[in-house]
Write a protein that binds this ligand. Structure first.
Ligand SMILES: NC(=O)C1=CN([C@@H]2O[C@H](COP(=O)(O)OP(=O)(O)OC[C@H]3O[C@@H](n4cnc5c(N)ncnc54)[C@H](O)[C@@H]3O)[C@@H](O)[C@H]2O)[C@@H](O)CC1
Ligand SMILES: [K+]
Length: 485
């Protein structure tokens, strides 16, 4: 079974989510763009859906005035598109035209302005409280009307602020007095607006009430499965006021008398993302580390063995995430260490790679959700994962297509190229994942790690052909993060 076949099996075994968070929706929206589906196309479909629902109310109420309240985000953009599909309506933009935030919303607004010049769509740009109240008073005096709430959607954060607060309060008052004022919310009710209908796009959101009507807008299911720049945009942002160490501390445990390069590559990759990276290894490795940015912990012996467990458990307490396994060696000593260490590490975040994967005793092993495994095909087969009882741990099966999964999620990553088959790229991948995992959730970190590693390789392929090295990949990590962060 190749990676693509495994991916297909997993998409059938893992239940598709019917409710998603606004953050998950943003990842999907952005990954639609990654797949080549423009936002303006989705907005068009969203606008059309809303217009269809408004028309259903018109059947019930007859010809009535329609007011579309639009915010300056993409929820407002959906309102502009709906207005064009409807014709004969009043669009109320709550803010200044120059504050419309996105290209697609601005383009839709421009079209409306062209139509409004001579057609029957009217546009009111309101910025002052008294202008808003004037319109709301006008609505209050009507027998019937349809209101479209395209004020705020999945971008809503925290308590409702002005001018939306006044509009929502006043509309709720009006609605209470006159049930022939029908309100349709676009995607999400703005604050606690008492809408008659909520038309939500693609899937129900965690912030929707139960009665939201879900409408497809042309988002293919592949957009939920692909890893793209949408995942990267969802990573936690660096706080400009943060202090040293607050953006993640990673401890790499690996290396042996025979292998010294692997843990160093892992640590250098993690260092591009986390604030603080340390390597705990045997003396032969530690003496080769000349990079002053890396912290080192020297352990006794030629291999990291059982006798190191107490010390490493203690050191681990100072770090957010541990990357375990690179260059460790496969023998009785390292086997005893890895199994004993993982048993005692509790719920600390651990990325498990390479030799550590090979020495774990999987019989009765507990695949905890704080573990990420990064096997290649042979290691994956050795792990003997039961596809009928998927693990809580996140598994990254590396390959031409990386398959990332756990019992609740599955995704596929297609960045990367055959120049990346050289030794060391796997060590870099788990370093990147470790750096991200220090400050993010396991599944997102694993997905983003695969994307970043592969994309760095793709940039290098364009620049240098296949003549690049693992160190070149490490140097490209910040470029990828800057492109999509
Ligand atoms: N991204 C996409 O590809 C698509 C998005 N669509 C629409 O876009 C919406 C999301 O758009 P945006 O991300 O631009 O977000 P919103 O349109 O929900 O608005 C976000 C803006 O509102 C303001 N805001 C946030 N919280 C506030 C509060 N509590 N009080 C007052 N103002 C507040 C902020 O300035 C923020 O920029 C979706 O709900 C959906 O309606 C659709 O067009 C379909 C496609
Ligand atoms: K809304």
């Amino acid at each position: 079974m190749d990676n693509l076949e495994l991916f297909k099996i997993l998409t059938k075994k893992i239940k598709e989510k019917d409710i998603i968070s606004p953050k998950e929706m943003e990842i999907i929206d952005n990954n639609c763009e990654y797949l080549g589906i423009s936002r303006i196309l989705l907005m068009e479909n969203a606008g059309k859906c809303v217009a269809e629902e408004v028309n259903k109310f018109k059947v019930e109420l007859g010809e009535v005035p329609i007011f579309i309240f639009c915010g300056t985000g993409n929820n407002g953009g959906d309102g502009f598109a709906a207005a064009r599909h409807l014709g004969n309506c009043s669009v109320i933009l709550l803010g200044k035209e120059e504050n419309i935030k996105t290209y697609e919303a601005r383009e839709n607004f421009k079209i409306l302005k062209n139509l409004a010049e001579f057609g029957d769509i009217s546009i009111k740009n309101v910025t002052h409280q008294n202008e808003i109240l004037e319109i709301l008073n006008e609505i209050e005096n009507l027998d019937k009307a349809i209101i479209v709430d395209a004020m705020l959607g999945t971008g809503i954060r925290g308590e409702l602020r002005e001018p939306y607060k006044t509009v929502v309060e006043k509309l709720n008052e009006i609605k209470k007095k006159n049930d022939n004022i029908k309100i349709i919310s676009v995607d999400v009710e703005t604050g606690d607006l008492n809408a008659d209908k909520v038309i939500t796009f693609h899937k129900r959101k965690t912030i929707n009430k139960e009665n939201a009507i879900v409408k497809p807008i042309g988002i293919p299911k592949e957009a939920e499965y692909i890893v793209g720049w949408g995942d990267l945009k969802a990573l936690s942002k660096r706080d400009p006021n943060s202090h040293k160490g607050e953006n993640g501390k990673v401890l790499v445990i690996g290396g042996s008398k025979e292998f010294f390069g692997a843990p160093i590559l892992t640590a250098l990759a993690a260092l591009k993302i986390a604030d603080l990276v340390a390597v705990a290894s045997v003396k032969d490795v530690v003496k080769k580390i000349t990079n002053p940015e890396l912290i080192t912990y020297k352990l006794k012996g030629d291999y990291i063995g059982e006798k190191c467990i107490d010390k490493l458990i203690e050191i681990s307490k100072k770090f957010d995430c541990i990357v375990l396994g690179n260059g460790l060696g496969v023998n009785e000593e390292t086997k005893a260490f890895v199994n004993g260490f993982l048993e005692r590490i509790g719920n600390k975040k651990v990325v498990i790679d390479a030799d550590a994967i090979k020495v774990i005793e999987y019989e009765g092993f507990e695949f905890r959700e704080n573990f990420i495994f990064t096997p290649h095909r042979r290691e994956f087969e050795y792990m003997g994962i039961n596809l009928d009882n998927l693990p809580s741990s996140t598994i990254v099966l590396k390959g031409r297509y990386d398959v990332i999964f756990n019992k609740n999620n599955v995704k596929i990553n297609k960045t990367g190229n055959s120049g990346m088959t050289v030794g060391g790229t796997g060590d870099i991948l788990c370093g990147i994942i470790g750096g991200l995992y220090a400050k993010n959730e396991a599944f997102l970190s694993a997905c983003c790690g695969c994307f970043i590693n592969g994309y760095a390789g793709d940039l290098l392929l364009k620049e240098k052909g296949y003549y690049y090295t693992p160190i070149d990949i490490i140097e490209k990590i910040p470029h990828v993060l800057k492109l999509f962060g």
